[in-house]
Design a protein around this ligand. Structure first.
Ligand SMILES: [Zn+2]
Length: 179
């Protein structure tokens, strides 16, 4: 099989659907590239990484609510993770941790009910499988970053995620955050 050539056309084919969610156009990506690639070795992977970083910066600057901020952070980190794993063939668990932290913070910012966090291990490795279905508080998860950890031994990178489970009172009703 011929090796894919990573050039600007490749970037546009692969990533335009993602970048268009942020209002970017093909002309934007080609235009920025021209400016960016002046006076430097124009490595397309570096350019892609530069665009990801710029998106993180711009969405942080422009988000009006926490919900919006964390939603965008989660989307961008997940796409960065896909790139690092599929193209660069590295585990990039540190990026998974950033994506999951954004997901947890997004959920905290939008829920009206008290939730806990359940670990869902996708037959990842023996370490993560031991954590499967364990339930923690938001604080514990943000502090300890159980998933995508150094202890995960999956050579492809941790493939676990968190699920959010509502807490219930003794009458089986959801518990509001405001009661
Ligand atoms: Zn694992």
């Amino acid at each position: 099989m011929a090796k894919k050539i990573l050039d600007l056309d490749w970037l546009i084919t692969e990533y335009m659907p993602f970048f268009s969610e942020f209002g970017m156009t093909e002309e934007n990506l080609r235009g920025y590239y021209e400016t960016w690639s002046k006076n430097r070795p124009a490595l397309i992977k570096d350019y892609l990484w530069f665009i990801f970083q710029s998106l993180l910066y711009e969405t942080a600057r422009q988000s009006k609510t926490e919900q919006e901020l964390y939603k965008y952070q989660n989307m961008i980190y997940m796409e960065m993770l896909r790139f690092r794993r599929q193209v660069e063939k590295v585990r990039a668990n540190e990026i998974l941790q950033l994506a999951l932290a954004a997901l947890v913070r997004k959920t905290i910012s939008e829920t009206n009910f008290q939730l806990k966090v359940e670990i869902i291990s996708g037959h990842c490795c023996s370490y993560c499988d031991n954590l499967n279905q364990h339930i923690f508080s938001f604080e514990e998860v943000l502090k300890n970053q159980y998933l995508g950890s150094r202890d995960c031994t999956n050579p492809q990178g941790c493939n676990c995620t968190y699920a959010f489970v509502p807490m219930r009172d003794e009458d089986d009703n959801l518990i509001s955050n405001f009661s």
